[in-house]
Ligand binder design. Structure first.
Ligand SMILES: [Mn+2]
Length: 312
């Protein structure tokens, strides 16, 4: 499966590596991990990485500059994304040829070579498999980058697509010296304010007769904790998720203009029609709308409670 990528790497002297916008650790880990693998195994190649780092500046850094004439001669490798629009930094379009390696269930609209495997939990898992199958030299840095993507895209080995291959890859990366503790310390250490806000949510949410959990957050809450409306609204709704006997949960947050953002979530019972009824939309189990006043949120809570009643 990976031979076409190996062939292209061997053919080109200049290689640029891209991944998606709003990067997660699979995007960055595959990008930085592949760069390191190429440097180790093909020391004569020039390799560049592009894109923004987002919240992960601790994880590594990007190259920003490449001479225009070099870019035109380069191979572009695009990781963890298949559609042109979601690629961070559009300079890959100037490169001579492109290869995409991705585990998402999407088609590509630009790649000359497309290496796709939606059965894999992470692009980092695919690159680890490539390194093993093709006997590539690896070091601690490369292994740590790749393990970063493997750990996060698998939800710390919790998501259903976690397989024996995931653990084999993790074991292999650990044998190469991957620094798991460094990853965990940076990934899972939380901000003091966020911890307090989460605690407030967990302690304060209410439930209806049929166990719909909800929170009503006045404007003053975001000021009290020094966070944004978005942090309270979207960021906190799932503090009410994953609780036994609570099928539906909703988070109502007043904005600066006085409108109320409604984030609605459900385990199994489709609730999107409630969101639509109040002018919103989204997915069956995760949707939202904007209410004009608190009375409307009471109507929404009543509608959700009715669904919870019918749903059991
Ligand atoms: Mn991924």
């Amino acid at each position: 499966m990976y031979q076409p990528l190996i062939d292209k790497i061997e053919t080109y002297d200049i290689i640029v590596i891209h991944r998606h916008i709003q990067p997660d650790l699979d995007a960055l880990g595959s990008q930085l991990g592949l760069k390191r693998l190429i440097q180790l195994n093909y020391p004569n190649k020039e390799v560049y990485t592009f894109g923004e780092m987002g919240d992960f500046k601790w994880f590594g850094s990007m190259d920003q500059h490449i001479p225009e004439q070099d870019l035109k001669k380069a191979l572009a490798i695009v990781l963890d994304v298949s559609g042109k629009e979601r690629v961070s930094d559009q300079r890959f379009l100037t490169a001579k040829e492109s290869v995409v390696v991705d585990h998402h269930q999407n088609d590509t609209d630009f790649a000359d070579t497309f290496i796709s495997d939606p059965t894999q939990i992470a692009t980092c898992q695919m690159l680890t498999e490539m390194a093993v199958n093709h006997h590539l030299t690896m070091d601690q840095a490369a292994a740590t980058y790749l393990l970063g993507g493997l750990v996060t895209d698998s939800g710390r080995f919790m998501y259903p697509q976690t397989t024996d291959k995931t653990f084999e890859c993790a074991a292999y990366l650990m044998k190469q010296g991957a620094d798991l503790q460094y990853l965990y310390q940076n990934l899972y250490e939380v901000d003091y304010t966020m911890k307090r806000l989460k605690g407030y949510f967990i302690y304060s949410f209410k439930t209806t007769e049929h166990h719909v959990a909800y929170m009503k957050n006045p404007k003053s809450l975001k000021d009290e904790f020094g966070v944004s409306t978005f942090t309270v609204s979207r960021g906190m709704v799932n503090q009410m998720a994953g609780i036994k006997h609570i099928p539906i949960w909703a988070n109502f947050t007043e904005t600066d203009s006085g409108a109320i953002l409604c984030e609605l979530r459900s385990k199994h019972i489709p609730i999107v029609d409630v969101a639509k009824k109040y002018g919103g939309g989204g997915h069956d189990l995760a949707c939202g709308c904007t209410a004009i006043d608190w009375e409307t949120t009471d109507d929404i809570i009543r509608d959700l409670d009715l669904l919870a009643k019918k749903g059991r």
